[in-house]
Design a protein around this ligand. Structure first.
Ligand code: MRU
Length: 388
């Protein structure tokens, strides 16, 4: 693997910070916002001259806002693998831009050679993470686009690939917005919402999935709701990312440790749960960040509706149940050392670190897609809405 090709781009950072801070003042008046407006931060984008990807490095949040400019395929792989860009839809957008960029560097005018080199790059990027199906969905869509333009000169195909990646990004914004409108319809003034991990604007091109109903609520002028964010061990996406973006938007946000969800629910503070997802099987079984299935069990115990917010790109009809979803296992150091000042476990102790779990469809009240709210039986509902 090559060394990171490009360090911090000061001017871009400054511009983003200026923009976000200026907007914050507007939000302060309107929504009692206190911090940065994450909706103004692009999680991933292509530079204007199409020479590199600009990725907001989420491993540094909330303390530091830094944009990485990368152009090598190894660095794009690394950014996905190590969660600099993360969250199922954002991973898909990153992979689409990434392969458009790396394919543009393939030096051949021969279509067959171009296709062979593209497929090698695709296979490499697809191996960066296993669970979020959006990664494979986006790469497959890019390949289908290439194949559909086989009669065009290679230089023209390269341009078409850039446009397709942009379309995937733009569609993601519209999809999240639509999920937000449908989810907003489930909200009542005074509601307490619990969410797990970060299925926020930082996990998508904009709005997020689980957070979209909250942002749409603000857009409709509804501010009378509270959000409880699970901190989400071991990588703390709830604390570092969800709390950062919701608090910054002026939403009444309370951070809790994962093991506090039960007591918060029991106290009657939570009326509904919104979570995101990384892959949904045909029967509605849903893979999402580790800990999600525990939240669903608790929600059922306390009679609290549990909704999964799912762009249709996350629904994988090739898998009949969640048992077939590949679950990523990650490094032990994420549990023993990362985010601690010093190691917090004895050397040599065994560690199990699955990054995702599967929530049984029977625990899910509804799956909110951009095309509508699906209720069990899910396969039938997905087909009726024309999602698959
Ligand atoms: O490991 P991560 O941070 O990529 O995991 C993210 C999640 O599990 C999200 O909840 C999921 O991708 C949905 S994002 C809209």
């Amino acid at each position: 693997m090559s060394k990171r090709s490009c360090e911090t781009a000061e001017s871009i950072e400054d511009a983003i910070l200026r923009m976000a801070c200026a907007e914050r003042r507007v939000l302060n008046d309107k929504y009692r916002g206190q911090d940065m407006d994450a909706l103004k931060l692009d999680t991933v984008r292509l530079s204007g001259d199409r020479s590199c990807l600009e990725i907001l490095d989420q491993t540094l949040l909330p303390g530091t806002v830094r944009v990485l400019r990368i152009d090598k395929i190894e660095d794009i792989f690394e950014a996905i693998r190590y969660l600099r860009v993360r969250g199922a839809p954002a991973i898909g957008v990153c992979a689409a831009y990434g392969i458009a960029l790396t394919a543009s560097r393939i030096e051949t005018q021969e279509y067959e050679c171009f296709l062979a080199a593209f497929r090698k790059q695709k296979e490499y990027l697809a191996s960066s993470r296993p669970t979020a199906v959006n990664l494979f969905w986006a790469l497959d869509r890019m390949e289908r686009t290439l194949l559909a333009h086989a009669e065009q000169p290679v230089e023209k195909i390269k341009d078409i690939l850039f446009r397709e990646a942009q379309a995937i990004r733009d569609e993601d914004v519209a999809i999240s917005r639509s999920i937000g409108e449908i989810g907003f319809g489930l909200l009542r003034p005074g509601d307490g919402i619990l969410t797990h991990c970060n299925a926020g604007t930082l996990a998508t091109a904009k709005y997020g999935t689980a957070t979209a109903p909250m942002y749409v609520a603000l857009e409709h002028g509804m501010t009378d709701f509270r959000v409880y964010c699970d901190e989400t061990r071991p990588l703390l996406q709830g604390a570092r990312l969800t709390a950062f973006e919701l608090h910054g938007a002026g939403i009444d946000t309370t951070l809790i440790c994962d093991n506090m969800a039960s007591t918060v629910m029991k106290s009657g503070l939570v009326n509904l749960v919104f979570v995101g997802c990384d892959r949904v099987a045909a029967n509605g079984d849903t893979a999402n960040k580790i800990g999600t299935s525990g939240v669903a069990v608790l929600a059922q115990h306390y009679g609290i509706p549990f909704y999964v917010c799912a762009p249709s790109s996350t629904i994988d009809m090739s898998l009949s149940t969640g048992e077939q979803i590949p679950i990523e296992e990650r490094e032990a150091s994420e549990v023993t050392e990362m985010w601690y000042k010093e190691r917090m476990a004895p050397e040599g102790v065994k560690v199990y670190n699955p990054a995702f779990d599967v929530t049984d469809h029977s625990l899910i009240t509804g799956i909110i897609t951009e095309k509508g709210l699906c209720r069990a039986p899910y396969e039938k509902a997905f087909r009726e809405l024309g999602i698959v």
